[in-house]
Ligand binder design. Structure first.
Ligand code: GTP
Ligand code: MG
Length: 295
């Protein structure tokens, strides 16, 4: 095995445009009634920006556990409970299909009830509700806006860093949404957070070694969801048990017939396949973080 695969790289990604977004969030928070924090249900902990609290202060907030179609439904339900215990409204959503979004506006109105009552007293009920959508890159912020607006207003792509400036979008029922570029933070204190963000594609592939990343992810998946991995890669039950990460990757590559001349397994290609198939939920509905890990 190549020596570089044995080292755990230090993953960090905080380019200048994210520092700018961070400033923009701070500047714009005064303009909105509520902050919608979009997280990734598969990594519900690592996809929360620890700086958001200080950036948005005590503005009313709602959390979306997005991409719930790709996450373990059981784990997602436990995350909803976890937040509920903290008095925070969290809703599982799938902004690709729109599933779960029916609960969104009613939940926003519920959270904003005190604000709306105050407005009514002042005869200002017709003022639209303004919300800011924040979250890590590639979480689905622009998809959410398009879903709610019922049209393709914001640019959506399957890579992080697509939205670059802020954009107001008015959706029908007196609600204005502010789309924001995705933002990470300057340093991942826990290396695992950086790794998880790279697995899901919130940290772009150019700043990590995908050969290493796919190998790590496979080990991870095999430990947490062995049957799904065995089924997807046509392994016999327990066939990968006790294997070193690189050997497990080779096994999967061989099962997939990813060979190069001389019969060697093309492990780089196998890594890319693992990443792709995890991101596309082809292996199954998987959650890498559960609330019990943080209680
Ligand atoms: N499976 C699934 N895919 C989703 C969901 N929401 C968004 N996506 C996909 O995730 C990718 C990123 O979506 P965007 O809406 O561009 O994400 P964003 O948060 O605006 O990304 P940036 O602007 O780069 O920060 C796209 O390929 C979407 O189709 C979801 O709920 N489920
Ligand atoms: Mg976007």
């Amino acid at each position: 095995m190549e020596e570089y695969l044995q080292r755990t790289p230090d993953i960090q990604w905080f380019p200048g445009h994210m520092a700018k977004t961070r400033r923009m969030i701070k500047e714009c928070v005064g303009l909105v009634d509520i902050v919608v924090e979009l997280t990734d249900a598969r990594i519900a902990h690592s996809s929360r920006n620890p700086e958001i609290n200080s950036l948005v202060g005590n503005k009313p907030r709602i959390i979306l556990l997005n991409k719930c179609d790709s996450a373990d439904p059981n784990t997602t339900a436990r995350w909803v409970e976890y937040y509920k215990k903290q008095g925070i409204t969290a809703i599982p959503t799938d902004c690709k299909s729109g599933k779960g979004l029916g609960a969104f506006l009613p939940a926003v109105r519920q959270v904003l009830k005190p604000v709306m009552e105050k407005r009514a007293e002042r005869g200002m009920s017709s003022k639209p509700i303004r919300m800011m959508i924040v979250g890590i890159p590639n979480a689905g912020k622009s998809s959410l806006i398009n879903r709610l607006a019922g049209s393709k207003r914001a640019k959506v792509e399957d890579r992080p860093g697509v939205t670059r400036g802020k954009q107001w979008v008015r959706i029908e029922n007196g609600v204005d949404l502010l789309d924001m570029p995705g933002v990470l933070w300057p340093k991942f204190e826990d290396q695992r957070v950086g790794e998880y963000l790279a697995y899901t594609g919130a940290v772009k592939d150019d700043v990590v070694d995908t050969h290493w990343l796919g190998m790590r992810l496979l080990s991870h998946l095999y430990a947490a969801y062995p049957q799904m991995v065995e089924k997807r890669y046509k392994m016999k039950p327990g066939e990968g048990d006790g294997l070193e990460p690189f050997d497990l990757l080779k096994l999967v590559g061989r099962k997939r017939g990813m060979l190069v001349s001389g019969g060697e397994v093309d492990t780089e290609r196998a890594s890319l396949t693992i990443l792709d198939e995890f991101r596309g939920a082809v292996i199954g509905r998987i959650s890498l973080e559960a609330p019990e890990d943080f209680e």
